[in-house]
Design a protein around this ligand. Structure first.
Ligand code: ATP
Ligand code: MG
Length: 344
């Protein structure tokens, strides 16, 4: 069988990332990476608001990076993506896809006619009458807008996949226990609690790095660009001599609501799954790079937190090795990398 080359495409609210990979023996070999920044407001909460800006950024990216493929696996993230555990009839994959709207109709709070549906088995189908798994439903409207903007750039959407599952595939630390993976973006954070790579709960919280920058700017009376620099340099870390104390204090206050959301997700998980306990926190997304964040989460949630490496399950043959753009932006690239890991 000839090797397949495809592109994992993540359209985030701050930038677009494209990872080109050739699948060799089920393992992606990355041969190209590109990223293009988006103007603020072009994409909000996973929804394309300015399709022309997105299309033009994509065109530019393809021109400047000489990607060899136009076939993309598109990551979808939307605050209204719904994930529910469900038992469905044990049908062959093709029949299941056709029957899915009828099988899950009553389990969803939105009309199936208005949703893009997918099913993610949580057990091997076997010979039973039913299969236990997750039904994933995304509002068609959000997905279709994004697909349109991508196709207008001359690309072909070969597959659509949930961004948080992609981040999970790339970044989970697999051990025979339960972990929470956090993808902390600019305007949204995905919380995925999983047991050995199998998602248990998925939550999207409309909070991330952008609100910290905003609060730092308004509290310290500085521009957003200055606030962004201070946030990335100081974060939650005050100097030993007490320097930066004010900035670190504002950042700590700004991140508090997100930490509260994370804690409440764990409480929800614990109530529904008394036998499984979250053992650690793996972090990805640009927001995860906030200086002092892993230490603060470890302390405040009482669980070890660490920055995960989304390149751990792929091979990277590009020149430039670890000192290139993908190396530097790997945390933000988690979704785009994971999209190449799930492609079939
Ligand atoms: N070194 C750093 N320290 C603190 N924050 C950082 C650092 N680098 C990037 N960020 C923040 O990460 C956020 C961007 O993260 P990411 O690239 O994952 O977002 P996105 O995928 O574009 O957005 P979203 O997922 O919300 O749509 C921004 O708020 C940025 O300020
Ligand atoms: Mg993101």
């Amino acid at each position: 069988m000839p090797a397949t080359t495809l592109i994992g495409l993540d359209i985030g609210s701050t930038s677009i990332r494209a990872v080109e990979a050739t699948i060799v023996k089920d393992r992606p070999v990355i041969n190209n990476f590109g990223q293009a920044f988006l103007p603020p407001g072009a994409v909000v909460g996973g929804v394309v608001k300015d399709d022309k800006a997105v299309t033009s950024a994509l065109r530019q990216l393809w021109t400047s990076h000489s990607f060899t493929s136009k076939h993309v696996v598109l990551g979808v993230s939307h605050a209204q993506v719904i994930v529910r555990e469900i038992d469905v009839s044990n049908l062959p994959p093709k029949e299941l896809r056709q029957a899915l709207p009828f099988l899950v109709r009553d389990a969803l709070p939105l009309p199936v006619e208005q949703a893009v549906l997918d099913f993610y088995p949580l057990e091997k189908p076997g010979k039973k009458d039913t299969v236990h798994g997750l039904v994933v439903a995304a509002p068609k409207e959000a997905v279709i807008e994004t697909v349109r903007a991508v196709e207008a750039a001359g690309l072909h959407v070969a597959q659509v996949d949930l961004a948080c599952f992609a981040a999970l595939r790339a970044s989970a630390h697999l051990a025979n226990d339960t972990e929470a993976l956090l993808d902390i973006g600019a305007n949204g954070t995905n919380i995925i609690v999983h047991t050995d790579g199998v998602p248990k709960i998925v939550r999207s919280v409309p909070r991330g790095g952008a609100e910290i920058t905003k609060m730092v700017a308004s509290r310290l009376g500085i521009t957003s660009a200055e606030a962004e620099t201070i946030k990335c340099r100081v974060g939650l870390k005050r100097d030993e001599d007490g320097g930066n104390a004010e900035s670190a204090e504002v950042v700590a206050e700004a991140i508090r609501p997100l930490i509260t959301e994370i804690r409440s997700s764990f409480n929800y998980f614990a109530a529904a799954n008394p036998d499984a306990r979250v053992k650690r926190l793996a972090l990805v997304g640009g927001g995860a790079l906030l200086p002092g964040l892993t230490e603060a989460l470890t302390e405040q949630l009482g669980l070890p937190a660490f920055l995960s490496d989304p390149l751990q399950r792929v091979n990277d043959t590009r020149k430039g090795g670890r000192h290139d753009v993908l190396g530097r932006f790997r945390s933000s690239a988690a979704v785009s990398i994971g999209l190449t890991l799930g492609a079939t």
